[in-house]
Design a protein around this ligand. Structure first.
Ligand code: GTP
Length: 298
């Protein structure tokens, strides 16, 4: 007997899909218990396919957090949709998370059409059912009609309601096989990706409206210098006029981003980090196919 044969469990990939701000990142953080993905009250804050891995006694659930699906023809949103489709192709199970605080709209029709054509099992979970104002009943009717006999889960990722039965059901749908990751690994993200995600989150949180979508983060240099990790990072915007907004009066916004990022980085990495943050302009990067594929492809 090979003593290295991993223990057989229910193991597989679960692609999370849903329209923007549905709570996908909150859900992953809730079940995995680490702050892996960007959680922000902003649409499309998840551009990288972040994975969270939940190890239980009988399963290894590997979650893929896709960008929110948008039924927009804009090139930028088409890219996000492609990323979501990519995430679905690799998955054993698709978990469709629905935000019940928003009325049923064309996005649900678009997603339902997409889901009708997939070969994997689809699980539907209605999220944010803790909110007083919600359209849970409308969604139940909508999905019962589209997917007769399918169990619909009612959850709150934020308030930790209904999560256990959902995880139990997801586990039952995963194939039995060897574990794909060691049990102590909860993400397969590279350190540079994690640093970029954290910087981008705090940059986004420090801004309002237009700019967040015009921003990406590039790790330009990353070196261990003695016991410290030295990182040079560029916050890249689309236009010169966006630079002063990001920097803020007397560099106040930049300082805010640095302090919040360093605080979070200190909880993730076991060494001190030096951050050299620069602000750069990459003119109209969102219309540049080449740049988009560099930024959006994990
Ligand atoms: N009341 C309530 N709010 C929630 C719940 N889940 C998520 N939220 C909130 O909804 C907002 C969006 O959550 P995210 O987890 O960032 O959503 P997302 O689907 O990852 O968003 P994108 O990355 O833009 O696709 C945040 O303000 C969350 O706090 C929930 O169960 N109940």
């Amino acid at each position: 007997m090979d003593s290295f044969t991993p223990q057989a469990k229910h193991v597989g990939f679960i692609a999370l899909i849903g329209r923007p701000s549905t709570g996908k990142s909150t859900f992953i953080n809730r079940v995995v218990g680490h702050n892996l993905a960007i959680v922000a009250a902003l649409p499309q804050s998840t551009r990288q396919r972040v994975r969270g891995i939940l190890n239980t006694t009988d399963a290894q659930l590997i979650f893929t957090d896709t960008p929110g699906i948008h039924s927009s023809e804009k090139r930028f949103n088409r890219h996000l949709l492609n990323q979501a489709k990519l995430g679905m192709e690799e998955a054993d199970v698709i978990l469709y998370l629905v935000d019940v605080t928003r009325k049923i709209a064309e996005e649900e029709m678009a997603i339902a059409t997409l889901l009708k054509s997939v070969s994997q099992p689809v699980v539907i979970a209605l999220n944010k059912t803790d909110k007083a104002k919600n359209f849970t009943v409308d969604y139940m009717l909508f999905f019962n009609k589209l997917f007769p006999n399918k169990e619909i889960f009612k959850i709150s990722a934020k308030e930790n309601m209904g999560i256990h039965p959902l995880l139990h059901h997801l586990t039952s749908l995963l194939p039995v096989g060897p574990m794909l990751y060691p049990e102590d690994i909860y993400t397969d993200q590279e350190p540079s990706l994690r640093i970029a995600e954290i910087l981008r989150k705090h940059a986004i949180l420090s801004l309002k409206e237009e700019i967040p979508h015009a921003l990406y983060v590039k790790i330009e240099d990353l070196q261990m210098k003695g016991a410290r990790l030295w990182v040079r990072v560029a916050l890249v915007v689309e236009r010169e006029s966006q630079k002063p907004i990001l920097i803020g009066k007397g560099a106040s916004n930049l300082r805010k981003i640095r302090i919040a990022s360093l605080k979070e980085l200190s909880t993730v990495f076991p060494y001190k980090i030096d951050l050299d943050i620069q602000i750069k302009v990459d003119k109209d990067w969102r219309s540049n196919e080449h740049r988009l594929s560099q930024i959006l492809t994990p």
